[in-house]
Design a protein around this ligand. Sequence first.
Ligand SMILES: [Zn+2]
Length: 301
Amino acid sequence: MTTGGGHGSRWLDRLRTLLRPGSTGRAVAIVALVAVTLLGSAYALGRSLIPDRPRHSAAGVTGDMDKAQYADQPPAEPSPSASESPSEAGQDGASRDAADDTLFGAHVTTGDARVALTFDDGPDPQYTPQVLAALREYGVRATFCVVGEMAQSHPDLIQAIVADGHTICNHSWNHDVTLGKRSTATIRADLLRTNEAIRAAAPDAPIVWYRQPGGAWTYPVVSVAHGLGMTPLHWDVDPADWEAPGAAKIASTVLGGVEPGSIVLMHDAGGNRQGTVDALYRILPTLTSRFQLEALPTDAT
Ligand SMILES: [Zn+2]
């Protein structure tokens, strides 16, 4: 037999005595308990206010980028349908024929025959102007899914995108692929902060689309986006250009995968995107002859 419970038990007994009605120490004990509770809350709040480590460094820097975190690859199994390439290029995760439960209703096609090119993770001072120049040369308007902190750093590029008639899509503040698992308040603040950065550069630009980093959709993130007047935007053709497979590979995957209504995922930031830029000059002549390429609409979604 033990001698009876040890320190913890004796401490509890003392507390019970103090909490007993009429005890002179009762008020003191309650105050102490409240103080401990408040301290605990403050600690939790403090932790929640610690900003996330940025997911990527300065624009155009590839060295220490964690591609697995950064890339817009959904956590779904590869889909064989949207790419005719046999290898890793078919990692789009969003077959137009499959009812994919991981998408929570995010759009994977334009809804009509028009094809939409989308460029993610910018704007980037090195590559976004080159993408804009290519699109301008072929008279194509597209959609740019911009990251809030990049928009804040490069308002001139946001203005250039809008001035060329392209449409803007919110791609979160700092490309947090786990954003969808955070509280709705955190998600909402992230999306609002991003919209504010975009509007600071282009006050009149409609922002009616939201694309979740990594395609890692959750019900809360879809719900918050809808609540802020934005429609979740996914894709059905993914040339995995973030892996820098080279212009030829990017072009062949896009040209092999695009069908009427396709939404093509490409990147104008987040690493060396010269392959994407070069691929556009291979892609655009063919795509413009076969499809109507258009920016995603900003009036009705
Ligand atoms: Zn992205």
